[in-house]
Design a protein around this ligand. Structure first.
Ligand code: AP5
Length: 219
């Protein structure tokens, strides 16, 4: 019997996976597990994993599967993931998808639903080039989701920053890497009957409503 709820947010860089995953995790009382955030935390803490990840992230390349899978296995084994998790940015390759299936199966569970947030490339570039981040991971957009005071986090008043990998040339390469290595997962999850296409060009609130419906219908 599957009791824990695992949701995988799928979509290209800048589609809004992180924005929606945070809202969904809060709504459902689940943990938000973002591999990008985990790598960035390791980077800030100057761990060996962080140093390794940085060499790939700065180029817009994927961190090797074995390293990424080990990190996710460790994260999902913690007690706060007992009820499940909203996975954001993982899996990102067929090998990672297989590893996740095997891991959840060994826990007597499975991915329940995969909201696939679809956004065309030109909008992705605009979203990423206008994205402002807080040190604690809150995500803003200069135009679509601005903070109350420019460049200042609404919650803790700290200075916002732009991610190194949001430079236009790196963004374009990340989209190429996505199409090459991650897009095959659309067919993988569709074949399992758990993929739900979401129109990611709508407002943040409308996208969220569609995702909630997808999750409710799958549960
Ligand atoms: P990661 O941090 O996962 O980046 P990503 O997948 O490229 O996704 P993003 O965080 O850029 O975008 P998002 O879809 O979350 O959009 P967001 O909500 O922020 O990964 C970074 C790197 O880490 C990778 O390149 C790789 O090197 C490494 N990595 C991570 N996971 C890995 C893995 N599994 N395997 C190997 N390597 C891995 O929204 C974007 C902007 O748009 C924001 O400003 C937001 O406010 C705005 N916005 C959101 N929704 C809307 C909307 N509906 N309308 C208008 N604006 C919106």
């Amino acid at each position: 019997m599957i009791t824990a709820l695992y949701i995988v947010m799928l979509g290209p860089p800048g589609a809004g996976k992180g924005t929606q995953a945070k809202k969904l995790a809060q709504e459902l009382g689940l943990v938000h597990v973002s591999t990008g955030d985990l790598f960035r935390e390791n980077l800030v803490n100057e761990t060996e994993l962080g140093k390794l990840a940085q060499t790939f992230m700065n180029k817009g390349e994927l961190v090797p599967d074995d390293v990424t899978v080990r990190m996710v296995e460790e994260r999902l084994s913690r007690p706060d993931c007992e009820k499940g998790a909203v996975l954001d940015g993982f899996p990102r390759t067929p090998a990672q998808a297989k590893a996740l299936d095997d891991l959840l199966q060994s826990m007597g569970s499975a991915v329940k639903v995969v909201p696939y947030v679809k956004v065309p490339d030109d909008i992705l570039v605009e979203r990423l080039s206008g994205r402002w981040m807080s040190q604690s991971g809150r995500v803003y957009h200069e135009k679509y989701n601005p903070p109350i005071v420019k460049w200042i986090d609404d919650i803790d008043g700290s200075q916002l920053y732009q991610r190194d990998d949001d430079k236009p040339e790196t963004v374009c390469h990340r989209i190429v890497v996505y199409n090459d290595q991650t897009a095959p997962l659309i067919a993988y999850f569709r074949e399992k009957g758990i993929l739900v296409e979401i129109d990611g060009t709508q407002s943040i609130d409308d996208v969220f409503e569609d995702i909630k419906v997808a999750v409710e219908e799958a549960s």
